[in-house]
Design a protein around this ligand. Structure first.
Ligand SMILES: O[C@H]1[C@H](O)[C@@H](O)[C@H](O)[C@@H](O)[C@H]1O
Length: 532
């Protein structure tokens, strides 16, 4: 058994409560708990301090890479020409090159969660950086389609690991009152990475040499990864992981540093540490009791999977996290990210790559707005407010498309009415993207706050895999749907998916804003899923 699975907490207050079969709450400690929760909250609500912002930004570089590597592919594909395997890329080559990234992200994310539990959150960021660098260099030096696919797959593995571990890392370090905002920083970096990728793609595409432009586009991804690799040595491990492996003294030091300076710091640190230790202890007891009641042998990862699926609140957390992550992709946003240039070509815009920059910039700008308001408005509420705008945008875009005759050579009817309709589509796409960016674009990444510590890493890993699975499906089916259903009905289909998602969120997703990770994880015990 690895050390992460068997914490070594030496806590003088540690009380075993044999009456609790699940080991989750201990009545005798209730008054203490209330006091420490109040103290923890008091410290949490003070300003988060420079150090935690620096940490969120350093970790956010992974988000920048995620956004850059997923965004840069559209410009790369149109600039490769005959540089790979001495031939023009076929549609199949393009699809495989594009989707290998999401496929590997999908395959790697659940396994990265095992690494994050045994080696720590920080080391997964380190491994991801090395993969980002290797993948970028391999792509830049590719002479064949096969080596390009290998490079994209390695980058995909890095994106899969980083996209799951960075929100987890930040959520475990952040004070509760600012956690939403700090996790949203990652999404700000992702969307910034996409803007940068579009600009780099456009600049190199317009002004670079035909032979080497695309090599620069993909190779540049190595730079931020190398920078992060250097900074990483200054970044701490999360207190929750440290407590889990029995290093409470080190955890205390980290909590002190991220709490910022405020009155009562010492007591706040004590309270935070105590509540983490309590959660770990309760999980140890629960695990021990489950082992005594049957499951023989040592707890290995399939056992944490069993815990995830057998305990009601864990199962619910997983259902919600997967629902949100699935919806984030199935609402169709990334079809715009990957194919907006194709769409705007169909609509007859003169410089489609520039027009598609509108999508990336709107996404980035509205993610910044989410950054400011997410903790004030709350996760559930921001989703319930923003999804109707997405639905409206999709329906209007579908309506606009119905006025445009797409001819067989894939160019739009150039009649004045078609120009008007193209503008309607552009504006409604912006409305949809804005709605997406303030809600669905970022809230699902707060997934780790739904899970109890013992299953947090595995649960987040599976939810991240759901995100990449749905991303893969959307990337693969969008153009086919446009052909089979027409653009109008494709957009209507995405609107229907959003409406169904709205209903599910309304029924099952409780508000977790402002709660400590330990409180958020217990909310799902309620019969009504903590929704009312
Ligand atoms: O949160 C991010 C962000 O919204 C990106 O713009 C999108 O491309 C990703 O798929 C998503 O996970």
């Amino acid at each position: 058994m690895n050390s992460a699975e068997e914490p070594l907490i030496a806590n003088p207050d540690a009380g075993d409560d044999p009456d609790r079969e699940d080991g989750y709450a201990d009545d005798a400690d209730d008054d203490d708990d209330d006091e420490s929760a109040a103290l923890q909250k008091q410290g949490d609500e003070s300003s988060p301090g420079l150090f935690i912002w620096l940490l969120a930004c350093s970790a956010g570089i992974s988000g920048l890479l995620f956004g850059y590597d997923t965004g840069v592919i559209s410009a790369t594909l149109v600039s490769i020409g005959t540089s790979l395997s001495g031939k023009t890329l076929t549609s199949l080559d393009k699809s495989i090159i594009t989707s290998s990234t999401s496929l590997f992200a999908l395959l790697v994310s659940p396994f990265a969660s095992l690494l994050a539990d045994s080696l720590g959150r920080k080391r997964v960021i380190l491994v991801a950086d090395m993969l980002f660098i290797t993948g970028a260099l391999l792509q830049a030096g590719s002479a064949t389609v096969a080596s390009m696919v290998a490079g994209r797959s390695i980058v995909g593995a890095a994106v899969g690991g980083a996209s799951f571990v960075v929100p987890l890392y930040i959520a475990e370090l952040a004070p509760a009152a600012h956690r939403g905002r700090l996790v949203t920083t990652t999404v700000v970096f992702i969307t910034l990475g996409q803007v940068v990728a579009y600009i780099v793609g456009w600049l190199f595409g317009e002004y670079g040499s035909k032979e080497t432009a695309w090599r620069w586009m993909v190779g540049l991804g190595a730079v931020p990864a190398a920078v992060q690799l250097c900074i990483l040595f200054l970044m701490p491990e999360t207190p929750r992981w440290l407590v889990k492996v029995g290093r409470s003294a080190a955890a205390r030091g980290v909590i002190e540093r991220v709490s910022g300076k405020h009155a009562g710091l010492e007591r706040h640190v004590d309270a935070t540490l105590k509540s983490i230790e309590m959660e770990v202890r309760e999980e140890q007891q629960a695990r021990r009791s489950r082992r005594d009641h049957g499951a023989p042998g040592r707890i290995k990862w399939p056992d944490s999977l069993v815990e995830l699926l057998r305990i009601r609140r864990n199962r619910r957390a997983l259902a919600i996290a997967c629902l949100l992550q699935g919806l984030q992709q199935l609402c169709g946003f990334n079809s715009l990210m990957y194919f907006s240039a194709t769409i705007f070509t169909l609509l007859g815009f003169p410089i489609p790559t520039l027009t598609s920059l509108v999508v990336a910039v709107t996404n980035f700008a509205f993610t910044l707005i989410a950054l400011v308001y997410i903790d004030r408005i709350g996760r559930r509420r921001i989703l319930l407010w923003s999804i109707p705008f997405m639905i409206l945008g999709l329906l209007l875009a579908g309506y606009g498309f119905s006025f445009i005759e797409l001819s067989s050579d894939s160019t739009a009817d150039t009649a004045p009415s078609a120009h008007g309709a193209a503008l309607v589509v552009l504006v409604s796409i912006m409305l949809y993207v804005a709605g997406y960016a303030v809600g669905l674009g970022n809230v699902p990444w707060m997934q780790s706050e739904l899970f109890a510590l013992n299953v947090r890493s595995l649960g987040s890993g599976i939810a991240t895999a759901t995100n990449w699975g749905a991303n893969f499906v959307i990337g693969l089916t969008f153009l086919l749907l446009m052909d089979a259903l027409t653009p109008t009905w494709t957009f209507v289909l995405y609107a229907v998916i959003c409406a169904a998602g709205y209903g599910l969120i309304w029924s099952f997703y409780p508000e977790t804003s402002g709660l400590s990770l330990e409180e958020a994880a217990t909310l799902l015990e309620d019969d009504n899923w903590g929704v009312r």
